[in-house]
Design a protein around this ligand. Sequence first.
Ligand code: ATP
Ligand code: MG
Length: 371
Amino acid sequence: MQLNELYLRSFRNYEEQRLTFDPGVNLIVGQNAQGKTNLLEAISYLGSGKSFRATKNSEMVRFTQDFGELEGKIFSQEREQTLRWVLFSGCRPRQLWRNGAKKKTAADIAGVLPTVLFCPEDLMILKTGGAQRRRFADNALCQLRPNYEAALTEYNRILEQKGRILKDHFENPAVLEILPEFNARLCQVGALLISYRARFFQALGDSAADYHGSFTGGREDFRLEYRTVSNISDPFSPISKLTEDLNEHLSRHYRAELETAQCLTGPHKDDFEITLSGVNLKAYGSQGQTRTAAISLKLAQRELMKREWGEEPVLLLDDVLSELDAGRQDFVLNQIVSGQVFITCCEPGRFTKLGKTMEISQGQLMKQHDD
Ligand code: ATP
Ligand code: MG
């Protein structure tokens, strides 16, 4: 899929602007606070109805204006399509049109313009605790596999109920009678999650390793390893075996769970680990290495979506060039040859061999040139 044209009116700091894009790389250059990230936000919102930084839709309407508008011409699902949103500054609900027909919800435009975003906060995926990594993997998997999403929702619901039982049992020991039933179902659904994740992490890791290899000219050997419940030796085992293993692990922690009133074991603690040439990235990775690995992961996520849908989501790379050396910058600017890419950058004089460069100042397109 590809965004050919975007019209913005009273969106963030854009008063009125029409932009046409290259099917390959679009490099957006400008000083700080000129509207580069706002433009990526507009593209991502156009296709998803979700902003990666606004908490309310009204935030995106230009200050002092009553409403804002975004319209995009897209080539997707083998045809030209248009998407249009109108957002209001007050509490009036937003409006959406697809190909001129009014639509009720963002679900009505699913698949028209999916995007994969890399923003500086994504570096946290690789540097902080497991929760961020699980969220990244869960989001990616939910997009790829609706059945996974259903299983994950069920798992989280049972986990919450079990958590309540564990807390209540001190005052009301009778609640423990229903605990085995919850544990049994938790292990069944948990086994399903592990099975999906094993396949997902294998595919993601293989693809990310390819990207990371090209990124670094083969100098760093990228490995991704899925970490799940410790007594599971092979996450690719049949569901019945995984369920058995989970049950066994749970029964070993039965007392501890009662004492701490916490769900101590299960795939809600899963994580993944990345090593570069055998060295743990989280503990030892440099800033550039961390950034490179995070971008490789995003590229891999996009690759898996392409395999599933036959079309590639648009890639939005916000502020990725800083901290990268010349070779790695060259990879981002000139070697991501598949699909459409938007890259923002603060340094003037940058260009891409694979598309066009646009200069943005105070919410306006100043200059553009194709290479
Ligand atoms: P940086 O290089 O620092 O990341 P940027 O070009 O990505 O900068 P943006 O985040 O796109 O900058 O734009 C920020 C500017 O947009 C800020 O000056 C902010 O005040 C302005 N802005 C944000 N929301 C609105 C709005 N609703 N109406 C008008 N201006 C807005
Ligand atoms: Mg920015």
